[in-house]
Design a protein around this ligand. Sequence first.
Ligand code: 5AD
Ligand code: SF4
Length: 453
Amino acid sequence: MNTKHDFIRPVVDRDLKLYIETYGCQMNVGDSEVVLAIMQTHGYTHTTQPGEADIILINTCSIRDNAEQRVLGRLKELGALKKKKPALIIGVIGCMAERLKEKLIEQERMVDIVAGPDSYRSLPELVGAAQQGHKGINVLLSHEETYAEITPVRLDKNGVSAFVSIMRGCNNMCAYCVVPYTRGVERSRDPETILEEVQDLFGKGYREVTLLGQNVNSYRWTKNDTDMDFPDLIKAVAEISPLLRVRFATSHPKDLSDKLIETMAETPNICKAIHLPAQSGSSRMLQLMNRKYTREWYLERIAAIKKAMPECSISTDLIAGFCSETIEDHAQTLSLMREVGYEFAYMFKYSMRPGTKAARTMTDDVSEEEKTRRLTEIINLQNELSLESNKRDIGKKFEVLVEGVSKRDENRLFGRNSQNKVIVFPKKDHKPGDYVMITVKECSSATLIGEEE
Ligand code: 5AD
Ligand code: SF4
């Protein structure tokens, strides 16, 4: 762990308020909750108003250039706040902090603290240094840090569903991806602490947990006479209560085992939804991307899932316009989408990230205009597929876990079915956390609309 520094002790002489803003993936959302827990034990209180904060932390993402540009824009706004209140401390934490390190402080004068994803335990000391006029930086990556015993302070607030981090880092080295550089090597969290955290959430009324990691299927814990892989872990989590739903994200296709498929199929409260990022439908692209599977191999995994669980929904991530992608490669992505019939997809234009294998050894040679055109085709096709999938649900009955009141109509509630589709329905006497049987009557490409029957 990276806490062996001669840090200046924090000066907390009054109730200091901390505001955290989170960009990027669900892992970052979970990390902000860990950061809040660490800061609270050092006497800081949370505020949702940047204007009243003494310390502002921005938890950042580096996955695509536009994610970084958004944060840089936000820092300019916060710089104006700091002009009015010079004692305000601004920290950049997370992936961008790790990628840019001291450059962030050199380039963005309003930044006082830079802390990478493995150095959050040192944040109170870094803030203490900043309070005494120093710049605080810690971007050491760790082989062990999992924040295992820290109970995150939940920021989600629906009180029904929570994310639980089960591993950190990534060893896959996909050619386009910055994550191995910003989050370091893969390490799994002690299962005992995971089970305790979930048990505690269930006791507080939560009814759904999503087990999180960059590649949850390679979860493995082999210490203290235990040998646990991901199927063992998810089974143990599901055994906490039949009233608890369990989800997971994200899976790398190369590690999606038959054992996991069997475990899902035989355990009713493990949700029937798999997020299986394909990235491309072209085996040539997949090889260049260093994905370690082919189109055929991916389709075989999909067939295995559908055979064991015909009702399972499948979602994906797709990248348009990776280095040297031809029209034929792109057509293969469209045909893969049709063949799988994805329920849902996250779709992106390729964005070259400095330091990655693609940036070092390949040419970002698909024009911006062509990337946009291909991405639009992918998005349009996905909208069609989502609508078709939703139409197939009309007339079917699903168990829905209620999450909250519909934004558009206070007489309706919304929740999700096991397949992770959002269903809106009349409120009656139900409340968040209830399970309700709903029959689907209508749909759009994004939502199912149903009634209790
Ligand atoms: N450009 C565009 N999309 C990317 N992703 C990861 N790196 C890049 C990149 N450089 C996408 C992948 C991944 C998701 C989290 O983000 O689809 O699965
Ligand atoms: Fe962004 Fe990836 Fe870091 Fe998540 S892990 S914040 S997606 S760069």
